[in-house]
Design a protein around this ligand. Structure first.
Ligand SMILES: NC(=O)c1ccc[n+]([C@@H]2O[C@H](COP(=O)([O-])OP(=O)(O)OC[C@H]3O[C@@H](n4cnc5c(N)ncnc54)[C@H](OP(=O)(O)O)[C@@H]3O)[C@@H](O)[C@H]2O)c1
Length: 427
């Protein structure tokens, strides 16, 4: 069972590392909002990062935004730098869980995971980079298990809605769900919206290095997951989706990789039927296709060379047609934005044999919520942490490196998310 108690030497339930980052500041606010949901109605927490002044500023800003002046004085500050292992060790020794918001994770993530494993802190990140997530699984699974530490990756918009959405749909289906497709749509208000530069940089280096992911996957030497029921057909690279009434492309984020890892874990650990999964994202009408093709071609060309990557990093707004920006979205833009995952599943009704004939039954579910990057992500990350603290007996028996679905399949995380505006429903 996970160790979740604080003590005199480990005084904080949560330490938010990278609290001064664009996303980190909103995680700070979300933690401040949810202190009463901690163990015994209390949550002891601190912020951490490499600049004390910036962390003080973040607390000052959160105090103003939430009208909680006590945040200025009551929240402790820990100075820790990824480049200084001793500072990371000192931080991890004081935390039950480190909420790690320092990215791109491919550059800064591993020393933090290592320090958590070595010093007995659980680790939650909001990484959307499969290479990092799977690399940590490869490098730290057995050490984390030996230490009883839970390293749970991709606990933000990447990939809690998709991974938990698959489990939710499976659990609502009356029979054996065998295949599921999700269609993501994102809406913004009249002032538009965008994603902060931090995620743009993670994407640039992720694509530049994508060949390394293939060789990492070979090292796991996994047997292919068995296909139960009719094989799910892959759609094309661009198609008009009748499901969401717009042009659609395969979803390029971490969701398919995370869902697949979850399904593998649940099949191997609990002999559950693996669900085949396809992830797609709506892009809109013809105008959006032209923009996407143009931006995509420039991106694919430039990302291969270091001068190209520097150009992309210097000018996120220009090369992404305003989808990414160095300033990030305003609070007003965030308030008017939302996301929706529409899941379309099929399978075999109760009593039917999934190895015989075609699927006989269908299901539709929705996972919807507020702005993805800086509203839904902090909610998902903080609720994941609260689930560890409050439901440690429902986590997998051993520590290890887990996906959200693997870690939280037997917990009430979905109910918690429902209460916080990330809603799961059958339609
Ligand atoms: N899953 C999702 O849906 C989702 C959503 C949002 C963000 N993210 C991910 O979250 C990560 C952060 O994104 P962001 O936009 O918040 O980036 P950001 O604003 O650039 O923040 C990066 C943070 O890392 C800190 N940092 C950098 N180098 C460090 C070091 N050597 N030691 C300690 N701290 C260091 C920065 O500290 P300083 O303030 O001192 O510079 C800052 O706090 C990215 O990987 C992004 O992809 C994921």
């Amino acid at each position: 069972m996970a160790r979740v108690e604080t003590s005199s030497s480990r005084p904080y339930h949560l330490v938010i590392f990278g609290a001064s980052g664009f996303t980190g500041q909103f995680v700070v606010e979300e933690v401040a909002r949810t202190v009463s949901e901690g163990p015994k109605g209390n949550l002891k927490w601190a912020v951490a990062g490499r600049s004390k002044q910036k962390l003080e500023k973040v607390l000052e800003q959160a105090a103003g935004a939430l009208s909680k002046p006590e945040l200025r004085t009551e929240v402790d500050i820990i100075v820790a730098d990824v480049e200084e292992p001793d500072s990371l060790a000192a931080m991890c020794k004081q935390a039950v869980i480190v909420l790690n918001c320092v990215g791109p994770y491919r550059f800064y993530g591993e020393p933090v995971v290592k320090a958590c494993v070595e010093n007995g802190a659980h680790h939650i990140d909001i990484c959307g980079e499969p290479q990092f997530l799977e690399g940590m699984q490869f490098n730290y699974s057995s050490q984390a298990a030996d230490k009883g530490v839970y390293i749970i990756g991709s606990c933000g918009f990447d990939s809690i809605p998709a991974d938990m959405g698959v489990l939710y749909t499976r659990d609502q289906f009356k029979g054996t769900l065998t295949a599921l497709e999700s269609f993501l749509t994102v809406s913004s208000g009249p002032e538009g919206g965008c994603i902060h530069d931090g995620t743009w940089q993670s994407a640039i280096y992720g694509f530049a290095d994508s060949h390394k992911l293939q060789s990492l996957r070979r090292k796991f030497n996994h047997k292919p997951l068995p296909t139960v029921g009719s094989k799910l057909k892959r759609r094309g690279t661009l198609f008009y989706s009748n499901e969401i009434q717009q042009y659609t492309v395969p979803f390029m984020g971490s969701d398919p990789s995370v869902v697949k890892r979850t399904q593998r874990f649940l099949a191997e650990e609990y002999q559950e039927t693996p669900v085949q999964y396809g992830a797609y994202a709506g892009i809109g009408g013809i105008g959006s296709i032209i923009k996407l093709m143009f931006a995509g071609m420039m991106f694919w060309f430039l990302v291969k060379f270091s001068f190209g990557r520097n150009l992309l990093i210097k000018h996120p707004e220009f090369f992404s047609f305003g989808l990414f920006s160095k300033a990030g979205p305003t609070r007003k833009q965030m308030e008017a934005s939302s996301f929706q995952f529409a899941f379309y599943g099929e399978g075999y009704a109760e009593g039917e044999d999934p190895s015989q004939g075609k699927p006989s039954s269908k299901i539709r579910t929705l996972v919807q919520g507020p702005e993805c990057g800086y509203v839904a992500t902090p909610i998902a990350m903080v609720q994941a942490a609260l689930t560890i603290l409050n439901e440690s007996t429902a986590l997998p028996k051993k520590g290890g490196v887990y996906t959200p679905g693997a870690a939280f399949a037997k917990t009430t995380l979905i109910d918690r998310l429902n209460k916080h505006g990330i809603q799961f429903s059958v339609i």
